[in-house]
Design a protein around this ligand. Structure first.
Ligand SMILES: [Zn+2]
Length: 134
């Protein structure tokens, strides 16, 4: 709110014909505004990431073997227990010859639940990784 008076000051300087002083104060205010806008963008991205983490924490279930993410009525997964427990990341298991295999750590797991894969496997490899451990 203090900047309001500085902007008012800029207007007064222009009215008085002190153009260089007005430009100087205006440039300072612009630089401050740009820095605040950049900080705001970063904070918005952080809030979105925390919302994603909170959503996952609320909707992640463990079936005794693998993790599953509930999105509405859709059960997504299975996700690797070892990668989630160890590194805090969700890695979708892919169907291999000897069961479900993690493309990240190579762990082979069998889910106690029916395997319902909501997305194709190539999308899982390139999906967003949310770190839970910092
Ligand atoms: Zn893994």
């Amino acid at each position: 709110m203090l900047d309001y008076y500085r902007y008012k000051n800029v207007l007064e300087l222009f009215k008085k014909g002190r153009l260089e002083d007005a430009k100087s104060v205006l440039m300072e205010l612009q630089a401050k505004h740009i820095a605040l806008a950049d900080e705001n963008s970063i904070l918005k991205a952080q809030v979105q990431e925390y919302e994603d983490i909170l959503y996952i924490a609320k909707n992640l279930i463990f079936d005794g073997s693998c993790y599953w993410l509930m999105t509405g009525n859709i059960k997504q997964g299975p996700f690797c227990e070892k990668c989630y427990s160890g590194a805090g990341i969700l890695i979708r298991l892919i169907d291999g010859r000897s069961g479900m295999r993690c493309p990240m750590c190579g762990e082979t797991q069998k889910s106690a639940d029916d395997v319902v894969i909501a997305h194709n496997q190539s999308a899982a490899v390139s999906g967003k990784i949310l770190p839970f451990v910092r």
